[in-house]
Ligand binder design. Structure first.
Ligand SMILES: [Zn+2]
Length: 125
C-alpha cells in the first residue's frame, strides 16, 4: 500500500486505539524499511536488513514496531498485522500458535485486555 501523510496518520490512530484497548504503552512505530535501517542497530538487532520480508516486526525490548506498509496489499492484512504486532507487546511471553491466533482474532473484534503484569514469586519463611 502507498504511504501518504493521511494514511500514516490513520495507521498511527489505529495503533493508538488498539494500544489503549490492550493496555500497553503505545509503541514507537516505523512504517518504512528506511526507518528501520535508520534506527540504532542495537534496537533492530536480528531483524534489520531482513525486516522487508515480513508484514510486521516487533522489537519487544524496545517497544518498537515495524509495519511493512509497502508489502501489505489490503486493509484486512494491515489490520491483522497491526493487531498481531500489538498482541506481541501485550503478551510478550507468548509464541506464535493457536492461543496467539485466538488473541489476535479477539483483538480484531474489539476485545480489551487488562495490563500485563510481570509475575513475581512470593516466598514465605
Ligand atoms: Zn509475530
Amino acid at each position: 500500500m502507498k504511504l501518504d501523510p493521511d494514511f500514516k496518520l490513520q495507521i498511527l490512530e489505529k495503533i493508538g486505539i488498539y494500544s489503549s484497548r490492550f493496555s500497553i504503552l503505545e509503541p514507537k512505530v516505523l512504517l518504512t524499511t528506511k526507518e528501520v535501517l535508520d534506527m540504532p542497530k542495537e534496537m533492530t538487532e536480528g531483524r534489520r536488513t531482513s525486516a522487508y520480508k515480513y508484514y510486521g516486526v516487533t522489537y519487544l525490548q524496545h517497544n518498537l514496531v515495524f509495519i511493512n506498509v509497502r508489502k501489505i496489499l489490503d486493509d484486512k492484512t494491515l489490520e491483522n498485522t497491526l493487531v498481531h504486532e500489538l498482541i506481541h507487546l501485550r503478551f510478550p511471553y507468548l509464541a506464535h500458535g493457536k492461543r496467539f491466533n485466538k488473541l489476535v482474532r479477539q483483538g480484531l473484534r474489539g476485545k480489551t485486555f487488562l495490563p500485563y503484569r510481570k509475575r513475581t514469586t512470593n516466598f514465605s519463611h
